[in-house]
Design a protein. Sequence first.
Length: 251
Amino acid sequence: MTSLLELSGISKSFDGFQAINNLSLQIGEPELRAVIGPNGAGKTTFMDIITGKTKPDTGTILFGDDNRSLIGMSESDIASLGIGRKFQKPTVFEAQTVRENLAMALKNPRGPFSVLFYRKTKDGAARLDSIAEEINLTDHLQRPAGELSHGQKQWLEIGMLLAQSPRLLLVDEPAAGMTAHEREHTTDILKRAAQTCAVIVVEHDMEFVRRLNCKVTVLHEGSVLAEGSLDHVTKNPTVIDVYLGRTDAGH
Ligand SMILES: Nc1ncnc2c1ncn2[C@@H]1O[C@H](COP(=O)(O)OP(=O)(O)OP(=O)(O)O)[C@@H](O)[C@H]1O
């Protein structure tokens, strides 16, 4: 497994508060990685720094085969390198059908979805069908996205990101607000996605992380506290102390 993303010595403080503290971390390609940690550990800031939303004070971030430095790049330039982000709240075009939503994403690789019309090509149609299958929405292609359940909207948005052929997908708390059944499908979708691109999942739900069955990074006070399998990190006494033993761990 080669390294796709490499953060070294990243620090960021907000008004004197050290949110990210000398953080170093590597993600392979492809890889599925779960990032966990108590509230305020720096998980969101970590993703904001990768996507260029937040500029770090120090450190380096290298991405891709040619070790491109992401420091100083704009959010849109970083997105165009193939780094997609899925926020907690689904953002799909509610009035458009599932098919139209996916078609728009396919038509506009790695760009804003500005074109509302999709010229059907044989390749595009086959790709659309295969993504719909991947996200479990084949039977819902004709439905307006607004009619989908919360979980299905999340899947559709993941599908729209996959349509842009990302190399790295950042997914923020996908399990939140989902039914148990939807969570199960979501782990399958993320595992499948991670066969073709690197996927980083920030998640509070431990059962969900267990089902992802992947390497876990525990963040605490802006640094990596432990890394390895979920069983490995949850046996770490410091992890138990700062995170798992706390009643406020998770929402
Ligand atoms: N723009 C900002 N200005 C000031 N402080 C901030 C800012 N962004 C984050 N912080 C602080 O940095 C720390 C890390 O926040 P962050 O949101 O990255 O943690 P988190 O691990 O995502 O937490 P949660 O699990 O609650 O979402 C927190 O103490 C937060 O208050």
